[in-house]
Design a protein around this ligand. Structure first.
Ligand code: FAD
Ligand code: PHB
Length: 392
């Protein structure tokens, strides 16, 4: 089997890359370890930046998102029993759209299959070869049959636990990492969202986030211990803790309903540099992770795919690798700005187990500054709706 670009991973990065390449006439094959049903139901991110929304609309993927996505023109920050609204639209002219990651993946998969593009689901034993030479390839098994895919380039879009990053020889990459002393316990509940905008809550007992997926489904998160086990959290305990953390002067609280999904996700920040080794290009969570407090991971994965597609298309159309050679440099500039924002939001909103009374007072001062200063609020808002994308 042969293709121009072998893409490992059918997440937002891999599927968006395949979509953009296909539109420019570049062939690719996507290899995914999981089944289609699994990929289309895995609960992950929910907030699309304006730039991501524009890209979906401009490339023919926006129909269902425009119908079902929820446009949010503001977010709320809560602390000391009070809530303060950040008016994203008034401060930046832009909004964000709440649309579940797995719904976006359904749209990407449907669009790819419609034009005859290939996605090999349930590909096992995926392994990459020859990335430092001129004839890279990928081996894998499908239904127990070993196969080989020859290609010009490999795109490693296989997420944090994938095999691409770890296939690069030791010493070729530098990792910059921070592991946080907390995790998020996330739930989906069959309950109508009790208000239209997200609430990021700093509480003495820890962070909590109110979000949503649709007019009938609420998404909620609680800061918890990273070593905690989901079996320690009965539905009753989860609701008690949520109601406590969201308690505020105006009496608002999330609506309760049957919990249909719950899981715990540890928090980390990671960047590995550079994002390329020979014929292998890494994109998305395969090469960087942000804590979800800034709602950036999926958007960053899609931004990488966009820059990589541009470089690959240029190479196949003109024969020049000039743009492709700058892929890592271009992406990393934006990635580090997004890392800064995600770290800052995380630091401001969570309870750190080793925080001193000084740290706690400083957190409150930071939140009060945001609540009282238009300049401070605008800085948050312009990062939240998404920094401009610098293309190659
Ligand atoms: P992934 O989505 O991880 O996709 C990688 C794919 O590769 C997967 O389908 C995987 O099965 C496949 N794969 C793995 N190994 C192999 C292999 N060996 N062979 C073949 N395939 C393989 N981001 C936001 O922007 N906004 C948010 O609101 C937000 N909220 C989040 C909330 C939570 C609780 C979590 C956990 C994440 C959140 N994120 C958010 C982050 C976002 O979900 C990720 O950043 C995003 O999924 C990254 O996309 P990706 O394509 O790089 O990787
Ligand atoms: C979500 O709805 O899943 C979500 C929203 C905002 C975040 C993180 C996750 O910052």
């Amino acid at each position: 089997m042969r293709t121009q670009v072998a893409i490992i991973g059918a997440g937002p990065a891999g599927l968006m890359l395949a979509h953009l390449l296909q539109r420019a006439g570049v062939e690719s094959v996507v290899l995914e370890i999981r089944s289609r049903a699994y990929v289309e139901s895995r609960v992950r991110a929910g907030v699309l930046e304006q730039g991501t929304v524009d890209l979906l609309n401009d490339t023919g993927l926006g129909d269902r998102m425009r119908r079902e996505g929820l446009v949010h023109e503001g977010i709320e920050l809560g602390f000391e029993g009070k809530r303060h609204r950040i008016d994203l639209k008034a401060l930046t002219g832009h909004a964000v759209t709440v649309y579940a990651q797995h719904e976006l993946l359904k749209d990407l998969i449907e669009a790819r299959l419609r034009v005859g593009g290939e996605i090999i689901f349930e590909a096992t034993d995926v392994s990459i070869h020859g990335i430092d030479g001129n004839s890279p390839s990928v081996t894998f098994s499908k239904n127990g049959v070993a196969q080989e895919l020859h290609c010009d380039y490999i795109a490693g879009c296989d997420g944090f636990h994938g095999i691409c990053r770890t296939s690069i020889p030791d010493g070729a990459l530098t990792a910059f990492e921070r592991v946080y002393p907390f995790a998020w316990l996330g739930i989906l509940a069959d309950a109508a969202p009790s208000q239209g905008e997200l609430v990021y809550m700093n509480h003495d007992r820890g962070f909590a986030l109110f979000s949503m997926r649709s007019p009938t489904v609420t998404r909620l998160y609680l800061q918890c211990d990273p070593a905690d086990d989901i079996t320690n959290w009965t539905d009753e305990r989860i609701w008690d803790e949520l109601l406590l953390r969201f308690r505020c002067d105006n009496g608002w609280k999330p609506n309760m309903g049957p919990i249909t999904q719950k899981s715990i996700t540890p928090m980390r920040s990671l960047v590995t540099e550079p994002m390329q080794y020979g014929k292998l290009f890494l994109a998305g969570d395969a090469v960087h992770i942000v804590p979800p407090t800034g709602a950036k991971g999926m958007n960053l994965a899609i931004a990488d795919a966009r820059v990589l597609a541009q470089g690959l298309v240029d190479k196949f159309q003109t024969g020049s690798t000039g743009l492709l050679d700058r892929y890592s440099e271009i992406c990393l500039r934006r990635i580090w700005r997004v890392q800064r924002f995600s770290w800052w939001m995380t630091s401001m909103l969570h309870r750190f187990p080793d925080a001193s009374p000084f740290d706690r007072r400083r957190q409150m001062a930071e939140l009060e500054y945001l609540a009282g200063s238009e300049a401070a609020a605008r800085s948050l808002a312009e990062n939240y709706v998404g920094l401009p994308l610098e293309l190659l």
